[in-house]
Design a protein around this ligand. Structure first.
Ligand code: ATP
Ligand code: MG
Length: 391
C-alpha cells in the first residue's frame, strides 16, 4: 500500500538536524537513530547530552545563524528542542532549502508569552486573566483588575520556573518589575495565580498531511516551577480529557505545526480548563511515553517531521514518571543507588549524561510502567527515586 504521505517522506538514512543538545535532543536522537536516521546537533557545549548520539555536533550558541546553517548542511530537515529560536535563524535555514519543523509560525506564537496569550485568546481558549505591564505603576493598575496573588513573567527566555516571580499582595508590588531583572521598559506578562485542582498536559502530533494523533492526557505536578512528576492517562473524567484533547488539536492546527505541540493546562475547580503555556516540541511531561505508550513522543516527532505516518499514541497501561533532579553544590555528576532503585522490576532509569550536577538540575527521570493504577505507579516511582543520590 502506498501512503499519500510518501511524496513528502524523508527516508531513513537522511540526516536530521536538532537545534539544542540537551536531554530532549538526546532522546529525540535516540529515536531517530533507532529508525535509521543520522543526527546532527547544535549546542554551545560539545559534551552536551545529545553529543553521545550525534553523528555530528556543531558547537555554537543557539542563536547563531552561522551555526544553524552549518547544522543544516547535509540535513533533510531541522527541528528544535527549545522554542527560543530566532526567526532570523529559521528564515536562513529555510532559505538554504531545509525545512524547519514544527515550523516558524509555531515558534513565533510560542516563544513570547505575550504573543502566546494573544494567540490562545484568538482561538477562544481560556487562560488565566492577564495584562501586559512594563513598570510598577502599570502593575498596580493591573493588580486592581486581576486581584492577588499574581505571577509576573518575562515573556521570553523563561523555563523551569525561571524568569518569573510571585506577588502575594499589594505591599510586594513596588520593585517587583526590577526584581525580575529584565531591561527597564521590557513588556512583561502579569497574570492571576489560579487555584487549580490539577495541572494537565496534552501532546498532539500533527503530520505533514494535517492528520493528528494525541497522546493520552498527563497529570503533572510542579515544585517551585519545575516539573517533578507526571502520570498518564490522567485519572480524570472522560469529558475533561476530551476537552483537553480538543484544545491540543485546535492549537496544533492553528499553529500549522508539523511535529509535536504540547499544551500545559490548569484544571479548575469548576471543571474548566485554562492554557498555561504552549511548546512546539517534545516535552518533559511526555517522557512517560518512552516506556508507557505504543509510540514514544520522540519517535512520533521524528515520524511527523520526516513526513511519515504517525504511530499509535495509546498508553499500554497506567504509567508514572518522576524527574531525577540534582542536589547540592555544583560538582562532577556521579549517581549512586541505581541497583537499589531498579530492584523494583517495573522501574526504568533514564539518565541524561550531564557531566555536572547542581541543585535542581534535570539529570534524568524514572518511569514506572505496569502498575495497577497511576497512583501505585507514582508511589513506586517515588520509592525508587528516594534510593538515588548524587555522590
Ligand atoms: P516550564 O519550563 O517547566 O514549563 P516555565 O518557566 O515555562 O516552566 P510556567 O509554565 O509559566 O513556567 O510556570 C511553571 C509552573 O508554575 C506552572 O506549571 C505552575 O505550577 C506554576 N504557575 C505558573 N503560572 C501560574 C498561574 N497563573 N497560576 C498558578 N500556578 C502557576
Ligand atoms: Mg510551563
Amino acid at each position: 500500500m502506498t501512503s499519500r504521505l510518501d511524496d513528502h517522506a524523508i527516508p531513513p538514512g537522511e540526516m536530521i538536524g536538532i537545534l539544542g543538545g540537551g536531554q530532549l535532543g538526546r532522546m529525540l536522537g535516540f529515536a531517530a537513530r533507532a529508525m535509521g536516521y543520522r543526527v546532527a546537533v547544535l549546542d554551545p557545549d560539545p559534551a552536551c547530552p545529545a553529543a553521545a548520539i550525534a553523528d555530528r555536533v556543531v558547537p555554537a550558541p543557539y542563536h547563531s545563524v552561522e551555526g544553524a546553517l552549518a547544522l543544516a548542511e547535509g540535513c533533510a530537515v531541522v527541528t528544535y528542542e527549545l522554542e527560543h529560536v530566532d526567526a532570523a535563524l529559521v528564515d536562513a535555514v529555510e532559505t538554504a532549502g531545509v525545512p524547519v519543523r514544527p515550523g516558524a509560525r509555531a515558534l513565533r506564537m510560542t516563544q513570547d508569552r505575550l504573543a502566546e496569550r494573544r494567540f490562545v485568546a484568538s482561538l477562544g481558549i481560556a487562560t488565566a486573566p492577564w495584562r501586559e505591564v512594563a513598570d510598577d505603576d502599570a502593575l498596580l493598575a493591573a493588580a486592581d483588575a486581576l486581584g492577588f496573588p499574581l505571577r509576573l513573567k518575562a515573556p521570553i527566555g523563561g523555563y523551569d520556573g525561571r524568569g518569573q516571580l510571585r506577588i502575594a499582595s499589594r505591599d510586594e508590588v513596588p520593585g517587583s518589575v526590577a526584581r525580575l531583572g529584565r531591561p527597564a521598559g521590557t513588556a512583561l506578562l502579569v497574570e492571576r495565580e489560579l487555584d487549580f485542582v490539577a495541572e494537565l498536559s496534552v501532546i498532539t502530533a500533527r503530520a505533514v498531511d494535517g492528520g493528528l494523533a494525541a497522546f493520552p492526557v498527563a497529570r503533572n505536578r510542579h515544585d517551585a516551577g519545575i516539573l517533578v512528576e507526571s502520570v498518564a492517562p490522567a485519572p480524570i473524567p472522560d469529558a475533561i480529557a476530551g476537552a483537553a484533547l480538543r484544545i491540543g488539536a485546535r492549537v496544533a492546527e492553528a499553529l500549522e505545526a508539523v511535529g509535536l505541540v504540547t499544551a500545559e493546562l490548569f484544571l479548575l475547580a469548576d471543571g474548566t480548563l485554562a492554557v498555561n503555556e504552549l511548546a512546539p516540541r517534545v516535552h518533559n511531561s511526555g517522557h512517560w511515553t518512552i516506556d508507557g505508550a505504543r509510540t514514544s513522543q520522540f519517535e512520533q516527532h521524528v515520524r511527523a517531521i520526516c513526513g511519515l505516518p504517525l504511530g499509535a499514541p495509546a498508553a499500554e497501561g497506567p504509567t508514572a514518571m518522576v524527574n531525577l533532579l540534582g542536589a547540592g553544590e555544583p560538582r562532577d555528576a556521579r549517581l549512586e543507588g541505581a541497583a537499589e532503585a531498579l530492584a523494583d522490576p517495573l522501574v526504568h532509569l533514564h539518565l541524561y549524561d550531564k557531566r555536572r550536577v547542581f541543585e535542581r538540575r534535570k539529570m534524568g527521570h524514572l518511569t514506572v510502567a505496569g502498575a495497577a493504577d497511576v497512583e501505585e505507579g507514582l508511589a513506586r516511582g517515588r520509592a525508587a527515586l528516594a534510593r538515588l543520590r548524587w555522590a
